[in-house]
Design a protein around this ligand. Structure first.
Ligand code: FPP
Ligand code: ZN
Length: 303
């Protein structure tokens, strides 16, 4: 089996940050905050976070915050809960949490909880279990979980549970590995994992591993490197990670590397991007470099 081409991936991530006009950069413009989080966390996992200018990144992150407390995906872009979590996680990664006005960020998130316990992503109201996870994760990091109705939030997430043991975006929505990560992560953070049928869900999740060793997001779909994170961490949270082949998955991830220019793609021979590079590194980086606690929190944090 090959190896993770760490040096090449570090170079690739740093080069993406420097380019401003090519296709990938333009497409990423509105979600640069997420891109920053993926790239920086991947660098951290590879032990190269010191290659970036901390002050520059931190001051850019802070300039994306709005009076409401929420963060936008870039300077001058509307706030959204997705970018708010990424901003908080980037600041946490650099140990700069003291710059955050926790009450303000908390008030933004609290304002997004709906009467039924669900969360909207922003003022326009789209509801999705991704936003439940993000709200709970962000408030856990800020030690402000007590400011929302956790009971209602958990009840809503459980209402999105399906007969196959998985979870969807909203009640009745098809089970999808990404949503499962969000729901199981939110239940883990709130100490509610007893509400999950671990064997049933573990069975559904381990069936995501296909012949090539890669994992897909739902039945009959192609494998994709990003599911190494969504599926793997869900299996870890429910203690069923030994139900898939780690060796085969590692081989699949390594086969998705651009060994010359660096970066990891969704599947072999596709174009690389920062998102899949991050999830590929997170899924294949060997111990003793466990992901930082904030990478995508799935354990209750110490208060
Ligand atoms: C594609 O769905 C969607 C993804 C590859 C991302 C899935 C991940 C999540 C929903 C979790 C996001 C979590 C946070 C915290 C923001 P598709 O239907 O196009 O792809 P498919 O063909 O693989 O099913
Ligand atoms: Zn993907």
């Amino acid at each position: 089996m090959g190896e993770l081409a760490t040096d090449k991936h570090v170079k690739y991530i740093l080069s993406v940050e420097k380019r401003k006009d090519d296709f990938e950069s333009v497409v990423m413009e509105h979600l640069r905050m997420n891109g920053a989080y993926w790239g920086l966390t991947a660098l951290d996992l590879m032990g190269k976070l010191d290659a970036v200018d901390v002050d520059e990144v931190v001051s850019w992150v802070m300039s994306c915050q709005h009076d409401s407390g929420g963060f936008g995906g870039n300077v001058g872009h509307d706030p959204h809960i997705l970018y708010t979590l990424s901003a908080v996680q980037v600041l946490a990664l650099f140990d700069k949490m003291d710059l955050i006005d926790s009450d303000k960020v908390t008030s933004y998130i609290v304002g997004l909880q709906n009467e039924d316990g669900s969360f909207s992503g922003d003022m326009w109201g789209e509801v999705d279990t991704r936003f439940s996870y993000i709200a709970i994760c962000c408030l856990s990091i800020l030690h402000r979980l007590d400011r929302i109705s956790v009971e209602k939030a958990v009840k809503y997430i459980i209402s999105c549970k399906n007969m196959d043991g998985g979870f969807g975006c909203t009640p009745g929505g098809e089970s999808h590995s990404g949503q499962i990560f969000c729901c199981v992560g939110a239940l883990a953070l709130t100490g509610s994992l007893d509400l999950v049928d671990k064997d049933l869900l573990g069975w559904w999740l381990c069936e995501r591993q296909v012949k090539s060793g890669g994992l897909n997001g739902r039945p009959e779909k192609l494998p994709d490197v990003c599911y190494s994170w969504w599926v793997l961490s869900s299996l870890i949270m429910i203690d069923r990670v030994h139900w898939i082949s780690k060796e085969k998955l590692t081989k699949f991830i390594l086969d998705c590397q651009d060994k010359e220019k660096g970066g990891i793609s969704d599947r072999p021979d596709d174009a690389v991007d920062v998102f899949h590079t991050y999830f590929g590194v997170a899924g294949s980086v060997p111990p003793p470099s466990p992901p930082p606690i904030f990478i995508f929190c799935c354990q209750p944090l110490e208060s």
